[in-house]
Ligand binder design. Structure first.
Ligand SMILES: *Cc1c(COP(=O)(O)O)cnc(C)c1O
Length: 422
């Protein structure tokens, strides 16, 4: 089967698979493998799809930094005046280092430390998306100590089933995220009464890889009901944050376009004055990146054939973690009968697979591209098995920019030391 997820920036030609104007084989020769390769044009197009669909409506599109936190990628969005959705002080530092604006940052996450709150207050972020009563109290106290006021939204949990993988479903009562919808009104009253908080918005995020806007529309309807009840009590919000979650095509999924996803929401918000905020991650970077890897060995077996590549689950965890599908494409077409392979890495775990049961016409030494790897790829990578992390490059037209050098082995243990012998 040959699936071609969002092949717009990719094409197969005489130089093999190319991204924008650059042959992947040239990237491998120059930077080695495994390497994450992103298309600047695809990143820009994904962001522009949100901007165009939102039109003149007051809106803030905040890229979810956790999906791809490379400074080069973030700088592409910063140049488009994007906002950013962060979940740690580390991500805030990255946004600022990449040239992003602090006043367009929303800070999500269930476990913000005092130090992270101080850092975000000092930077002057747009809003804290608060996830518990205890966090409200702590934020008020930290803001008071700094002699400032913290802008807050409550992340409410609308108890809507997004119909996605249970690990990436976040808006059910049973999830750790957000404050219960039933208690939100009381919590808003409490927030409004705290002297060092300024209540400015409301947020929800119900899950990821959504292929249908209906659950988000349902959640947004519940949120609007709450916004109106708050207004009746004199608590006026200036923005409504509907989170991220729009899915992408990995294999044969048919996600709505950004415009089709936003249309029913824009309809619901017609005539309202609140600014809208979105926190897309996967739909901005997922199909703008691939993982380029080289086949080290072909290992035919009695039951299965393996293509053992130089990338592994430490580079791309999604297949091992979620049983996720990434298309595996040979960079150079070969005139061979295709054979069925499991594409696996060198790590000592049976879960170390990147793609299973794929028909590939390949030989040892050939390059493979694992597509749709731009989101939750490098940002979830690890050094398991003492493997230096991959390099990352951004293709821009005919140029290639190295935006993360390949790690060295020495850097992996630079912070460690052996115990001195007695
Ligand atoms: C992960 C996350 C996002 C991004 O989700 P995508 O599915 O990648 O769009 C946005 N907001 C919050 C609060 C998140 O946790």
């Amino acid at each position: 089967m040959s699936t071609t997820p969002s092949l717009s920036p990719f094409s197969q030609g005489p130089r093999g698979l190319t991204l924008e104007g650059v042959a992947l084989a040239d990237i491998a020769a120059r930077f080695g493998t495994p390497t994450y390769v992103y298309s600047r044009a695809a990143l820009v197009a994904a962001f522009d799809a949100y901007r165009h669909a939102l039109g003149e409506r007051p809106a803030l599109v905040c890229c979810a930094v956790k999906a791809n936190s490379n400074l080069g990628v973030l700088s592409v969005f910063a140049a488009l005046d994007a906002g950013f959705d962060i979940v740690s002080g580390g991500e805030l530092a990255r946004v600022l280092a990449a040239g992003g604006r602090a006043d367009r940052v929303v800070f999500s996450g269930t476990g913000k430390s005092r130090a992270e709150m101080r850092q975000a207050l000092a930077a002057g972020i747009h809003c804290f998306n608060v996830e518990s009563a205890a966090e409200l109290d702590r934020l008020d106290e930290v803001a008071a100590a700094l002699g400032t006021t913290a802008p807050v939204a409550l992340r409410v949990n609308p108890d809507v089933d997004p119909g996605t993988h249970p690990y990436i479903s976040t808006g059910l009562k049973s999830n750790k995220f957000g404050v219960a919808f039933s208690g939100a009104l009381a919590l808003y009253r409490r927030a409004a009464a705290l002297p060092n908080l300024r209540v400015c918005g409301i947020a929800c995020h119900i899950g990821s890889q959504l292929l249908d806007p209906a659950p988000v529309v349902e959640a947004a309807g519940k949120v609007l009901g709450l916004v109106d009840r708050l207004a009746a009590e004199g608590i006026h919000l200036d923005h409504i944050d509907l989170g991220g979650g729009l899915g992408i095509r990995y294999r044969d999924e048919t996600p709505p376009t950004v415009a089709a996803y936003l249309a029913p929401l824009l309809e619901l918000f017609k005539g309202r004055t609140e600014a809208l905020c979105f926190e897309p991650g996967r739909s901005l970077t997922g199909n703008a990146g691939l993982l380029l890897t080289r086949i080290e060995y072909l290992k035919p077996g009695e039951e299965k054939n393996f293509a053992i590549v130089d990338a592994a689950m430490n580079d791309l965890a999604r297949p091992a973690l979620y049983d996720a599908w990434h298309d595996a494409v040979a960079v150079m077409a070969r005139d061979l009968p295709p054979q069925c392979y499991d594409v696996v890495g060198p790590i000592c775990e049976s879960g170390d697979f990147l793609a299973r049961e794929r028909n590939l016409a390949v030989e040892e030494g050939d390059l493979l591209a694992l597509l749709s790897a731009g989101a939750y790829g490098m940002s979830m990578s690890s050094n398991y098995n003492s493997r230096p992390r991959a390099a990352e490059v951004i293709v821009d037209g005919d140029s290639v920019h190295l935006v993360r050098e390949r790690e060295t082995v020495e850097s992996l243990y630079a912070l460690e030391k052996p115990l001195a012998r007695e």
